[in-house]
Design a protein around this ligand. Structure first.
Ligand code: CS2
Length: 498
């Protein structure tokens, strides 16, 4: 039988059309529900994470006032607009594990607004009294955060544009600012802003950047946002590869669904978030979200995840790409990479991590190795390599700084940072070239020298003075970079394994 196009009309048929059962939303949607969450930056991760939790709240707990309105700010979001609008907001999540695949149609995204088409509609939606939470996946670079000074990048052309233009904001902060202004004037509460991006202290960074932005335009509003607004910190986790053409073909063949943008992901998912919401929240804890009262505890979960998972991903992705691999699980099949991942986690990262009652770090590391080795999800290395300037300063450098303070080892972490510095040239060890995507690529390329990290480390916005001034660090990273440039990744790897 021909696959069925995914939309509301075909839903019940889709549930049983193929031999394999498919979970479908059986809850009210459309005008029958309220959109209490507006999510900015709907991509694969959001649709596999927050939107799944919301789907479960609607499906199993009768929640009707926290459906999601998705928002795209960038011209490249047009593809997501078209995919979701042509399917009544529905899409499929395929959870793939060694045991097989399970398909679930998700209905938590109730509508979608594309800002380049209608910026006013987005501001009005954010300011609407039914909007209680505004969540963000805008990537690290969307926060305009200076890693060195911890301040907003005031001089950035996007920020300058939004500081002086009232009609057509470009950045998330421009939109949030106008919406907060309207809510303030209408006597409403601020909405809670929930960052779902991978940054240590993502909520605090969001608060500080938005309040700094607002202060440059309207200090009174900045004070209101700062005192009344809530920005919970959160640790988010689910490995979500980019959707490939083969994923669509597989979905049609195995489950009889024609979906223009499905998601294939791992079964694992985790969200640990501070219980700080200023305008209400759904009962997230009912669907497995870890809602935590204690700010410190969230910080600790974030540290574990960013340093162990995302830090390991960096060595796998930059090392794997340079040595000609395509997917994470392929890299993990190489015993040298498996060992460096394990030894970096155990010997260099673990000593910098706090003990969290109830969390066994060794077990967490073993689970990560299994998740990375999970062959069927086909996690692409370029996805993880993308935008390294937002990742290395978050996932690797703070661990090195702390390893130095505790007088622990850090040469594998330096090797990882050096891999990224070498990766910037876009040339594999074999001489084959690949595309490098980074918002700072021109500056990186102008500064990157084969075998010499100094000029790159002098980018003040990315790297702290503490590291630049540390002689042992500078020597270790320079040695690693020279070895990679001279001998290639695979020949250098054994030098970093005991
Ligand atoms: C990856 C993350 O892009 C990256 O750097 O490490 O997207 C990773 O897959 C997620 O954080 C997993 O939760």
């Amino acid at each position: 039988m021909a696959p069925l196009k995914l939309n509301s009309k075909n839903l019940s048929q889709i549930a049983t059309a193929s031999g394999a059962p498919v979970q479908i939303p059986t809850y009210p949607r459309g005008d029958a529900v309220k959109e209490g969450i507006v999510h900015v930056g709907v991509g694969g991760f959001h649709r596999a994470h927050l939107a799944v939790y919301v789907d479960q709240l609607m499906q199993h707990h009768g929640v009707t006032d926290y459906a999601i309105c998705g928002v795209g700010l960038q011209p490249f979001d047009a593809g997501m607009r078209d995919a979701l609008n042509s399917q009544d907001g529905l899409y499929t999540v395929v959870e793939r594990s060694a045991e097989g695949s399970v398909a679930k149609v998700m209905g938590g995204i109730n509508s979608y607004l594309f800002a380049p088409d209608d910026r006013e509609a987005v501001i009005a939606k954010l300011a609407h009294p039914d909007t209680h939470i505004v969540s963000l996946t805008i990537t690290e670079s969307g926060y305009y955060y200076n890693e060195n000074t911890h301040q907003l990048q005031n001089e950035h052309p996007d920020i300058q544009h939004d500081l002086h233009d009232d009609k057509a904001p470009h950045t998330a902060f421009g939109f949030l600012y106008h919406a907060m202004d309207r809510r303030h004037k209408q006597g409403l509460n601020p909405f809670t802003v929930v960052s779902c991006d991978n940054m240590q202290g993502n909520g605090s960074i969001t608060r500080n950047m938005l309040v700094s932005f607002a202060r440059l335009r309207n200090p009174e509003l900045a004070d209101w946002i700062n005192t009344k607004g809530h920005f919970p910190n959160a640790m988010v986790d689910r490995i979500t590869p980019q959707t490939s053409p083969a994923d669509k073909v597989g979905l049609a063949k195995d489950f009889g669904i024609e979906d223009s943008w499905p998601i294939v992901t791992e079964p694992f998912m985790q969200w640990v978030i501070e219980d700080h919401f200023c305008d209400g929240r759904p009962p997230f804890e009912k669907v497995g979200v870890q809602i935590v009262k204690n700010v410190k505890e969230v910080e600790e979960f974030e540290k574990h995840k960013l340093r162990l998972l995302n830090g390991s991903h960096a060595v796998i992705a930059y090392g794997g790409q340079l040595s000609g691999h395509k997917y994470v699980h392929q890299v993990m099949e190489n015993p040298l990479f498996r060992k460096i991942v394990w030894q970096m986690m155990q010997e260099e990262v673990k000593p910098t991590l706090p003990v969290i009652p109830g969390v066994d770090i060794d077990q967490y590391c073993r689970t990560l190795v299994e998740r990375f080795s999970n062959p069927p999800i086909m996690d692409q290395l370029p996805r993880i390599c993308l935008n390294g300037t937002g990742k290395i300063p978050q996932f690797i450098m703070p661990t090195i700084a702390e390893a130095i303070w505790v007088n622990g080892p850090f040469r594998r972490l330096c090797f990882t940072a050096a891999l990224w510095m070498h990766y910037i040239h876009g040339v594999e060890d074999t001489g084959a070239t690949f595309e490098v995507i980074d918002p700072m690529l021109d500056e990186l390329r102008a500064r990157a020298k084969r075998g010499d990290p100094t000029e790159l480390l002098n980018i003040k916005m990315l790297f702290g003075d503490d590291l630049r001034k540390d002689k042992r660090f500078m020597e270790t990273i320079a040695t690693a970079l020279q070895q990679i440039a001279n001998d290639g990744v695979l020949a250098t790897l054994p030098k970093y394994i005991d």
